[in-house]
Design a protein around this ligand. Structure first.
Ligand code: F6P
Length: 467
């Protein structure tokens, strides 16, 4: 039954993908925790999702999918280039990730960002009625809260940033810093992955947007905005169900045989799973593994690195360069250290389907999550839960600069992902760690992840927004 106060989700991507089924085009629910977490709230309230279908041009007319009203927003080819590839992914993305690549500031990208944000705000206003709750997501849509408040002052507006909010010194570089902050300040609640992100946002607002108040509560033009951490999580039950199924258990066993067996005994499997993105630290991870083999502490007889790299944002120049670099490095390591039947690095440039991914996690002895900066990193949390009921636990090597380190620092081996020698030394520790210590750490990790799932996250945010 639809209730009077509906939830409207506004996100760059729609929760559905266009797929071909039996020769016909159809919509299919996108995989991923965010969609499944928000679905119950949307269906319960007869809510809507406003987003972009992923291809340029005129958007399909609004439709209903699994009880959710879908309102696609049109984004032209020029806007895809300037709003999406340009301002979102070549200006904001590197700026918000510690400037690990140089952000590009182009006025020709700014105005399309404003225009597309306005299109989203107008589409949200067309869906919302007074008293409804609108939840805006992520860095592509930071202007939407204020634009929407101007059109509809009587809705509750939440904003959640899935990526880090940078420290003041870095954010200060942005020529449009005031406009971005004023955009987010249109929300009633601004949510971040970590308390540090919330503090960075408050500090920037006080410095550049004439806001006053504390780290957690801001006053701006007579409007109060709560700035708070809501660390996102995963669909724990879904992961558990998959990894305890016979299909995934058998497949994990098969993968272990394929990757890990050698003539006598077994090799330790070290696994990395990342979007092929320069923030993920893939190239430094590969160099650290190369260093480990170079030192002779380990050889391809004891260990193997499996790297899954999911293609992403390939129209952005830096991503194409990263791919070429990672592939050269992989070739170099295999050329130097591989042996017949024992490849040093197995590199897969593809998106694994959900069950296959779960089997990879389950098979891995060591999970390498070493981003240079990351809002949260859900791979780390998924790996931990993927080891449910598994006798051979696993070790998580985790970057200090991932949001997940706040919650998982107790059980993981924390590393500075820029430090090749330090990372190589930690890989060594993870390969030789006594089983009892692996188990002890995994116990701590499981307890930490199980404190909150993605449903708890969504519920917590919406409760705060509606109270
Ligand atoms: O982490 C930020 C994020 O936008 C996610 O929401 C998304 O899954 C991922 O990056 C991929 O982004 P894109 O929509 O650009 O493919």
């Amino acid at each position: 039954m639809a209730s009077k106060n509906r939830l409207i989700v506004v996100a760059n991507r729609l929760p559905v993908n266009r797929v071909k089924k039996k020769g016909r085009l159809a919509w299919e629910t996108s995989p991923g925790g965010l969609v499944s977490a928000l679905k119950p709230f949307l269906t319960e309230t007869g809510g809507s999702w406003v987003g972009w279908g992923g291809s340029p041009g005129k958007a399909p007319t609004p439709f209903t999918h699994e009880n959710i009203q879908i309102r696609p927003v049109s984004v032209t080819a020029e806007q895809v280039e300037k709003f999406y590839a340009g301002f979102s992914n070549a200006t904001l993305w590197p700026l918000y990730h510690d400037c690990v690549r140089t952000p590009q500031f182009h006025r020709r990208w700014w105005w399309p960002y404003v225009d597309v944000n306005r299109q989203f705000a107008e589409a949200a206003a067309a869906e919302a009625k007074p008293g409804d709750t609108v939840w805006v997501h992520d860095y592509q849509l930071q202007l939407v809260p204020a634009m929407l408040r101007e059109i509809m002052p009587d809705v509750r507006i939440g904003f959640f940033l899935h990526i880090p909010f940078p420290p003041l010194e870095l954010f200060a570089q942005l020529p449009w810093r005031r406009e971005i902050l004023t955009g987010i300040l249109g929300a009633d609640i601004a949510g971040f992955q970590t308390p540090q992100g919330a503090r960075n946002f408050s500090a920037a607002c006080k410095r550049y947007a004439e806001a006053s108040g504390t780290d957690t509560k801001l006053e701006h033009r007579g409007h109060t905005v709560v700035s708070k951490a809501f660390p996102i999580s995963i669909d724990i039950e879904n992961v558990e169900q998959a990894v305890t199924s016979k299909e995934v258990i058998d497949r994990a066993e098969e993968l272990r045989k394929d990757f890990a067996s050698k003539r006598a005994g077994e090799r330790k499997i070290l696994l990395g799973v990342d979007r092929l993105d320069y923030t993920k630290g893939i190239e430094i991870r590969l160099r650290a593994y190369e260093e480990l083999l170079r030192r002779g502490a380990h050889t391809v007889d004891d260990c193997v690195l499996v790297q899954v790299a999911v293609p992403s944002r390939e129209t952005v120049g830096e991503y194409a360069e990263l791919r070429a670099f990672v592939e050269r490095l992989t070739g170099r390591i295999n050329g130097e250290y591989g042996q017949a039947g024992r490849t040093a690095v197995h590199y897969f440039r593809r998106n694994l389907d959900y069950k296959e991914l779960m089997a990879f996690y389950r098979a891995a002895d060591v999970m390498l999550v070493t981003p240079l900066r990351d809002g949260m990193n859900l791979v780390a949390k998924e790996y931990v839960i993927a080891k449910t009921g598994e006798e051979r636990a696993g070790t998580l090597v985790l970057s200090e600069f991932a949001g997940a380190a706040n919650e998982l620092g107790g059980g993981a081996l924390l590393v500075n992902p820029h430090d090749v020698d330090g990372l190589a030394a930690t890989m060594d520790v993870s390969i030789t760690m006594p089983e009892s210590e692996v188990q002890r750490r995994m116990g701590l990790l499981q307890r930490a992840v199980r404190k909150n799932d993605v449903y708890g996250w969504a519920h917590g945010f919406l409760e705060a927004l509606r109270s």
